[in-house]
Design a protein around this ligand. Structure first.
Ligand code: R1P
Ligand code: URA
Length: 306
C-alpha cells in the first residue's frame, strides 16, 4: 500500500486548520500561554497602546493576539493544554510565518523542589524532560512485568541566550530570590504522570517523583507543554544532511508560575495572586523576547570581482 502525503491542511482562506491564522497574522516573537484570559491580561496590560491589538480566535480554542511591545511586533498565543496543542501551535505557526522565530512559553506548574515556592517563578534553564505513561505497561496484551509504568525522556535544552535573558528579566521583575532555575518536567497527564494519586485508576505512580529526582536531581517543575516546544525548536529547520535552514530556525525557552507545591501541598490562592504573577512574569517574557539578540547569522560578504 502506498500513501500520499496529506500535505499541510490550510483552508481556502489560507488559515491553518486548528490555530486559525494565515500568513502575516503572527509576529516572529511569540509568547505562548495556556489560558486565553492570561493572554488577554498580558496584552491589555503591556502591549503598546498606540498599536491596535489584532485578535484571531479559532474554532479549536486557540487565541492569537498580535500587537507591539516597545515598538516591536509581538504575538501572544493561548493554546490550551497538553503536548498535542503545543505541537499544533508550533507547526501551524511555523507554516504561516517567514524567517526565524523566538518563542517563550509561560505557564503554571507544580513545584517538585523546595527552592520553588508557591507564588514564585521558575525558568527551565536546564531544559526539559518528558514523563509519559507507558501505556503497554497497563493495558498491553503481552504485559511485561518488569516494564516501568512511566517513561522519562532524555533532556532537551532551551536556547541558552533566550533562557538566560528570561531568567535575568524575571529576576529584575520579582527579585532574584523569587526565581528558581533548573530542569522542567513535562507530563502527558495532569494526573497519572504528575504523580497525583487517584484510587479510581491503576496508575502505579506512588514513587514517580522520587524516580524523576533520582535520575534528574535538578528537576524543579511539573507541567504539560514546555518539552514539546523545546523539542520542536531543536528539530526546527534541520535538513536530512544535518545542516540547518536559518530561515526556519526556532529559538525557545520556558518559564512557569508555581501554582502547586507538590512537596508541602500548598496551592496558590485567589485570582489576585495569579493575576499579579501573570502580569509581572508576562512583562518579563516580553522583555526577553524583544531584548534577545537577533538570531540572523551575519551575511558573509560576497567577494565580487570588481
Ligand atoms: C494544567 O492545569 C495546565 O496548567 C499548566 C499546565 O502545563 C497545563 O496546561 O499550564 P497553563 O497554566 O499554561 O495552562
Ligand atoms: N499545572 C500543572 O500541570 N501541574 C500543576 O501541578 C499545576 C499547574
Amino acid at each position: 500500500m502506498k500513501f500520499t502525503n496529506a500535505n499541510f491542511p490550510l483552508g481556502d482562506d489560507g488559515r491553518t486548520y486548528h490555530v486559525g491564522t494565515k500568513l502575516g497574522e503572527t509576529a516572529n516573537k511569540i509568547l505562548t500561554v495556556g489560558d486565553p484570559a492570561r493572554a488577554k491580561l498580558i496584552a491589555q496590560t503591556h502591549f503598546d497602546k498606540d498599536v491596535p491589538i489584532k485578535e484571531v480566535s479559532s474554532k479549536r480554542g486557540f487565541v492569537t493576539l498580535t500587537g507591539a511591545y516597545k515598538g516591536v511586533p509581538v504575538s501572544i498565543v493561548a493554546i490550551g493544554m497538553g503536548i498535542s496543542m503545543m505541537d499544533f501551535f508550533v507547526r501551524e505557526v511555523r507554516a504561516v510565518t517567514e524567517g526565524p522565530l523566538d518563542i517563550i512559553r509561560f505557564g503554571s506548574c507544580g513545584s517538585i523542589s523546595t527552592d520553588a515556592k508557591v507564588g514564585s517563578l521558575a525558568v527551565a534553564t536546564d531544559g526539559s524532560v518528558c514523563a509519559t505513561r507507558n501505556y503497554d505497561h497497563f493495558t498491553g496484551s503481552k504485559k511485561d512485568a518488569k516494564s516501568e509504568p512511566y517513561h522519562i525522556s532524555q533532556v532537551v535544552e532551551a536556547n541558552s541566550e533566550l533562557s538566560n535573558l528570561l531568567r535575568d528579566k524575571i529576576a529584575d521583575a520579582v527579585g532574584k530570590k523569587n526565581v528558581a532555575t533548573g530542569l522542567n518536567v513535562t507530563a502527558d497527564s495532569f494526573y497519572s504522570s504528575q504523580a497525583r494519586l487517584d484510587p479510581r485508576f491503576a496508575d502505579e505512580n506512588q514513587t514517580l517523583i522520587e524516580t524523576i529526582h533520582k535520575r534528574y536531581p535538578n528537576a524543579i517543575t511539573l507541567e504539560m507543554e514546555s518539552y514539546m516546544l523545546l523539542h520542536l525548536a531543536a528539530c526546527s529547520g534541520k535538513r536530512e544532511d544535518g545542516s540547518v535552514d536559518p530561515a526556519l530556525k526556532i529559538r525557545a525557552a520556558a518559564c512557569t508560575m508555581i501554582f502547586a507545591d507538590r512537596v508541602g501541598g500548598a496551592f496558590i490562592s485567589g485570582p489576585e495572586a495569579t493575576e499579579k504573577l501573570e502580569a509581572s512574569g508576562g512583562k518579563a517574557c516580553l522583555e526577553a523576547l524583544i531584548g534577545v539578540k537577533s538570531s540572523a547569522s551575519p551575511q558573509k560578504r560576497k567577494r565580487g570581482k570588481d
